[in-house]
Design a protein around this ligand. Structure first.
Ligand code: SGN
Ligand code: CA
Length: 537
């Protein structure tokens, strides 16, 4: 009797243990990863961060249903280097892709390869901007270089193809088509869904062009910055709305109208016009775009000649925002299409969805467009992550995380071992809400592409939640320190202020140790300068 009871008990215990085991395996099922990245999408233009410019209800869903990072940043604020860092989990001085021009060494391991080897189905659609095809993806269709907004050409494994339509819609169609027809339900997937928008020259779809042309935007406080109390780098950068934003190319004023205004003499207008999206527009698209372009030309001819310099900057800023935000509105609509697809196909629950950009962007702050600087708007990047049942919804996180951390984070989520030489840190503890396992106080930054487009000087630096210290070098040797709490707009370099002497000394020490930790050095700085100078010979 007793024996029977014990046997019965053992049987029940075994069944219970086995069922626990099954639950365990099920909850540890490897998640799908949907990595959504746009190009040059400023966090200022996502309503989950601030809704003073635009409402982005679909991207915001990821914040409401997941986690919003307010201090996410990049290690080198420019397109291809950021992508190389994301793919390799290494700083650009280590992966070698220090600027947009230097080729990417494709013998390096990228995280999609590890996913593929671990049995994931992998795909990439949209902008890669590497000059070579992606590795580790079963299927891909990528834009050549920067790609085009209208009727874009794509590179595929078997040749090129041109697709009629608007790039943001097309990249989404390709992504949804793959999920629908090629996804193997037996395997988890890694999808890299990579938008070209809202990269310069900010061409919205015809509908958004029309809709946004009617809108007016608040100006940033620093739109008329005179760069006093800063170093020479801010003064010498060629990215002002006033001088570097080209009327025909960027603001879409037809070149005849620019000529007729009689007082505008920028030799870049006509060649830029001819090399832009205009020649790609087919007859049906012309019928939609040209009435709008004509109305811009009329407004320009009527008003430009009598405007003051400041009024001209304001006029260009409005045109800039209308186009830039029109592009973002399409990105948001399309992100909504993909999130709806996940919902409708029962995929939302087991998919970790990330929305980010390859870097931030200036939306008129400091009078600028473009990026590259360690200053806030380009150093920071949007980051929103949703993973139902794993991440508590609606949480805002202000820890210092970087694009350097993405590879290790995704690998940990997928239970794949990360190579020991990756330099980031998985942010899984933060996603789980486990702050005790996170101890980073500062991050490292290094920008190289100088002399080059927009003329932002080479610099490296350290950023903490309170301070930013940077050294601009190559043709200068200048230090800048910003007190981010007292001066969040970074208008006053307090490096020479005796009150900050101790802070400077401490930050320099920490910066040096970061350089050692990440294996950066004066010798490497020189190597990359020599590499640049040899290229110019
Ligand atoms: C192009 C743009 C620049 C931009 C770089 C890099 N000029 O050269 O404004 O900074 O790309 O952008 S354009 O005349 O071609 O529009 S990145 O995002 O690819 O790094
Ligand atoms: Ca970019």
């Amino acid at each position: 009797m007793i024996k029977q009871v014990i046997q019965g008990f053992l049987l029940i215990a075994t069944v219970l243990l086995m069922s626990c085991g099954t639950t365990e395996t099920k909850s540890e099922e490897r998640p799908n990863i949907l990595f959504i990245m746009s190009d040059d999408h400023a966090y200022q233009a996502i309503s989950a961060y601030s809704d003073h410019l635009i409402k982005t209800p679909n991207i915001d869903r990821l914040a409401h249903e997941g986690m919003l990072f307010t201090n996410a940043s990049v290690t080198n604020s420019i397109c291809a280097p950021s992508r190389a860092t994301i793919l390799t989990g290494k700083h650009t001085h280590i992966n070698g892709k220090i600027d947009n021009i230097t080729p990417f060494d494709t013998t390096q391991v990228t995280f999609p390869q590890l996913f593929q080897e671990a049995g994931y189905q992998t795909a990439m659609f949209g902008k890669l901007h590497f000059g070579n095809n992606p590795k580790g993806v079963d299927d891909f269709m990528i834009l050549p270089g920067q790609g085009s907004y209208i009727n874009p050409r794509f590179i595929t494994a078997t040749g090129d193809t041109t697709i009629t339509g608007y790039v943001t819609d097309i990249i989404t169609d390709l992504t949804l088509d793959w999920l629908d027809k090629k996804r193997d339900p037996e395997k988890p997937f890694l999808m890299m869904y990579l938008h070209k928008a809202p990269h310069r020259s900010w061409w919205p779809s015809p509908e958004k062009f029309k809709e946004f042309l009617a809108k007016k935007y608040p100006e940033p406080e620093t739109l008329f910055d005179d760069y006093e109390n800063r170093g020479s780098a801010a003064k010498e950068a060629a990215m002002t709305i006033s001088d570097e934003m080209i009327l025909s190319y960027d603001n879409k004023v037809l070149p005849d109208a620019v000529d007729q205004a009689g007082i505008v003499d920028d030799p870049r207008n006509r060649p830029y016009f001819e090399n832009n999206e205009y020649p790609r527009i087919n007859a049906a698209q012309s019928a939609e775009y040209y009435p709008l372009l004509d109305s811009i030309a009329e407004d320009f001819k009527r008003n430009w000649p009598t405007m003051t310099d400041k009024e001209r900057i304001s006029w260009k800023y409005q045109r800039y925002m209308q186009d830039y935000l029109g592009c973002i509105s399409s990105v948001d609509d399309n992100v909504g299409r993909v999130l709806d697809y996940l919902d409708e196909h029962g995929l939302a629950e087991n998919t970790l969805v990330v929305y980010t950009s390859d870097q931030g962007f200036y939306l008129g702050e400091h009078g600028w467009f473009d990026k590259r600087f360690i200053y806030q708007e380009s150093f920071k990047t949007p980051l929103l992550i949703r993973w139902p049942n794993k991440i508590e919804p609606g949480i805002t996180n202000d820890e210092l995380v970087q694009n350097l951390d993405f590879a290790q984070t995704f690998l940990e989520a997928a239970q794949i071992e990360a190579p020991a030489d990756m330099q980031g840190q998985s942010i899984m503890p933060l996603l789980r809400g486990n702050m005790a396992d996170w101890d980073r106080n500062s991050v490292y930054y290094h920008y190289y592409e100088y002399p080059g487009a927009h003329m932002v000087k080479r610099h490296y630096g350290i950023v903490t939640k309170k301070y930013k210290l940077a050294n601009f070098y190559y043709d200068v040797d200048e230090w800048e320190l910003y007190d981010l709490e007292a001066d969040p707009s970074e208008m006053n370099n307090v490096y020479g202020d005796p009150e900050y002497a101790t802070t400077v000394a401490e930050l320099k020490e920490e910066l040096n140790s970061l350089r050692v930790e990440y294996k950066d050095s004066p010798a490497l700085d020189r190597k990359y300068i020599e590499q640049y100078e040899n290229r110019r010979k």
